[in-house]
Design a binder for this molecule. Sequence first.
Ligand code: NAP
Ligand code: G4F
Length: 425
Amino acid sequence: MPAAGRAVPIETDPLTFLAANIITGHASPLTPQRDYEGDWCAGGIGRSVRDVTSATGRRICCRDGGRHAHPAEIGPRPTEAALSRRALITGITGQDGSYLAEHLTAQGYEVWGLVRGQQNPRVRQLRQLLGDVRLIRGDLLDQGSLISAVERVQPDEVYNLAAISYVPMSWQQAELTGEVTGVGVLRVLEAIRVCSGISASRSPGRGQIRFYQASSSEMFGMVRESPQTEQTPFHPRSPYGVAKAYGHFLTQNYRESYGMFAVSGILFNHESPRRGPEFVTRKISLGVAKIKLGYERQLRLGNLSARRDWGFAGDYVRAMHLMIGQDEPVDYVIGTGVTHSVEDLLEQAFKAAGLDWRDHVVTDAAFIRPAEVDKLCADPAQARDQIGWEPKIGFEELVAMMVEADLELLSSGGHAEDSFGIDTW
Ligand code: NAP
Ligand code: G4F
């Protein structure tokens, strides 16, 4: 990285130019120089001014980027080692982002979340969940914004969870999916590389930024073997799966090319009451609750014979943290090792509310995909043996938890985020 205070000429690597001139305060013609983090900390998430306790027991105010100290002590003091770690999470407004932020906060991390858009409506939901998270604007489509975010946050760890993650949408908007879910990974890796001054001739130093990529079991697609391991070849069946495979190989490539600490978790389906209503588990738990409460009588679904290895999202974010904390960067398959059909899911979910799914479910061709992934099942042995990860919540408990949460939500006058309208594509 060039010395602070020196502007870098544009004829150098353009990304290096961009990063260096942001760091040194020289306005770049390509990137806005405003940092919105201050606004949001002061008036947005959590308390009006967000304070945390520093390793020395002093309160740290966010207004000056966490460097201005207050004399008073608050709350229990996390250990110095934990407090010295700072994580940046892309996709913080998604299901996994919220669980991961909670998990890392509980471990004493300073957590930052990247949020896109001028007025992202999901920030309000997040605010209720995560009082202690700081937000910074950025978009996986915008390289400059990612460089600015990494430069501003100076993270120890970056978790790239942002993606267009709904598989059917990837056929409708294949190019956008490629840009966000695929090339977005390149942009995050480049932001880390450039901000760290890493190049083909300059390896990362000690204390480098560690990177986690949210890879997916969708990459296995038309599976070559069952269960799937870290060695199973990929055969993706959707533009989403193809984009994830690109991000996966690129993460591996940056590890091999530059020596960066970059890992991918090949995660199988994981669910929770925070799951988007467009995914089948939540569509079913919401459907059951609506039928039970008398709001609706039918639930329309697609392929009931598809099989997935469904686990609980809260368990899976523990795996992300364990993976990024290893001594050496190694990729793992993360799943329960048990597969169920959509029909099994229906049986369990309707039973949890004292109903029979056969009385209410209608299959609808509108929800059948152009190409299906018929059956997924993880072999998580390597993760269990090498990083000590095991799921704590099984399928029945997960489904009961989701149905119960939606019954409670709807009977107390709440409603699921209705961001997609009618779930056809
Ligand atoms: P999710 O709920 O759909 O969340 C996706 C996140 O990506 C949201 O926060 C969204 O922000 C953000 N995002 C979308 N486009 C963006 C852009 N252009 N720039 C910045 N942020 C953008 O997904 P999830 O279930 O939490 O999954 C997290 C990650 O794991 C995803 O990459 C997913 O593909 C992958 N994955 C998930 C599973 C699973 O079963 N859940 C399994 C394997 C892999 P907005 O609020 O702005 O839309
Ligand atoms: O819940 P789904 O939409 O999840 P899908 O396609 O497996 O993808 C999820 O898991 C991946 C990991 O394997 C992630 F990478 C991805 O981001 C996402 O989180 O669909 C599950 C199954 C499919 O086979 C689908 O055809 O359920 C079947 N299904 C049947 N009827 C339905 C419906 N899926 C949805 N969403 N809606 C239906 O009406």
